[in-house]
Design a protein around this ligand. Structure first.
Ligand SMILES: Cc1cc2nc3c(=O)[nH]c(=O)nc-3n(C[C@H](O)[C@H](O)[C@H](O)COP(=O)(O)O)c2cc1C
Length: 337
């Protein structure tokens, strides 16, 4: 499905090299102060330009085409479009016969009987996340004063200043690298999350795993929890508002926010499209063949991921706040939970 959310509901559409990529948000409250400038910071954090990111440079000017009038949301479906202009579509059709190892070319061609648009990865491109980030800008406004922030913490198992080096080495080798993005949300009310299936972890993971290239999500201590004892894991409550001494639960108990910071990590794979010589099957001859990819690709798209992760988390929280009948902040209204 290309839709997500219960009340704050997104519909994402477009393809990497189609005319537009965009999002329609149904259920966005009326009266939210919004201008095209509000998108600038987050969109530029997602954009390319750094070493290890693609040579494709889109201007990413948001075109708000419905649900917005005189600087405010109107309550009608809010549609935001992004034009795809810097496209170079030659060279993708060959992936129908010689699919890229590790990319979606083969699986998508099977699913859509070869009618899928392969250009730039089609619907399986990181380009789709521009729409997610735009929806995230709205969601961040709605969940304020709760504040979501993410950063790249690890690249190819290396940290801090060594991360840049890891990216440069991959670029020089014609290879790619992945990374881990850490994300925290401060200022969340306790009580968000819906039993039984719509736990906070379930919904956030659902949206995070929709982001192309996300291969793991953990909350709080995550996989490390399996190596701990209860006496070390349990978060001791130290104040009547539920504040805990540690935060191994990542701010969630029973699928419900507990009033502490929500913390999670996201594992991002290395790009499939690398310049290094690989092998793939030629589906016409059924023989293995040498295979090399040129064109413009991210050697480390994890560099562009923190703001995408923030968007996904904020979108889920905005929806959960609405489900919880929290008053969400609009131009007139501050959040009161
Ligand atoms: C912002 C962003 C940029 C991406 N850039 C590339 C890229 O340049 N080359 C590539 O092979 N994959 C890239 N990807 C990842 C692919 O879209 C993804 O690996 C592919 O759809 C297959 O999905 P999977 O890895 O989840 O199985 C990017 C993903 C994101 C989120």
């Amino acid at each position: 499905m290309n839709s997500f959310g219960r009340i704050f509901r997104l519909h994402i559409f477009g393809e990497s090299h189609g005319r537009y990529v965009g999002v329609t948000i149904d259920g966005c409250p009326a009266g939210l102060l919004l201008s095209a400038d509000d998108f600038e910071d987050d969109l530029s954090r997602r954009n390319s330009g750094a070493v290890g990111t693609t040579g494709r440079h889109e201007l990413d000017v948001p075109q708000i085409v419905s649900g917005w009038h005189k600087g405010h949301t109107t309550g009608a479906p809010l549609t935001i479009l992004f034009e795809n202009k810097d496209v170079q579509s030659d060279g993708y059709e060959q992936f129908r016969v010689t699919p890229r190892p590790g990319h979606a070319d083969f699986a998508a061609s099977k699913k859509w009987n070869n009618f899928n648009d392969l250009r730039g990865g089609g619907q399986y491109s990181g380009r789709m996340t521009v729409a997610l980030v735009a929806a995230g800008v709205i969601a961040k406004k709605l969940i304020a004063p709760a504040n979501v922030y993410a950063m790249l913490e690890e690249v190819n198992g290396r940290f801090l200043y060594d991360m840049e080096q890891a990216v440069e080495e991959a670029v020089a080798e014609g290879d790619s690298v992945g990374g881990i993005v850490g994300c925290t949300v401060d200022g969340l009310p306790a009580g968000l999350g819906e039993p039984f299936f719509d736990s906070v972890e379930s919904l956030i993971s659902h949206l995070l795993f929709a982001i192309p290239g996300v291969k793991g999500v953990e909350f709080g201590a995550g996989f490390e929890a399996a190596r701990m004892k209860g006496s070390g894991y349990n978060d001791v409550i130290i104040s009547p508002d539920g504040r805990t001494a540690d935060n191994n639960s990542g701010g969630i108990n029973g699928g419900i926010t507990n009033g502490n910071s929500l913390t999670l990590n996201v594992a991002v794979r290395p790009s499939a499209s690398i310049a290094k010589l690989q092998q793939t099957i030629d589906l016409n001859t059924c023989k293995m063949v040498d295979f090399q990819i040129d064109g413009r690709h991210d050697a480390c798209f994890a560099l562009r991921m923190p703001v995408i992760v923030e968007a996904a988390v904020a979108i889920v929280l905005a929806d959960l706040m609405m489900l919880n009948n929290c008053a969400v902040s609009t131009a007139q209204n501050e959040t009161v939970c």
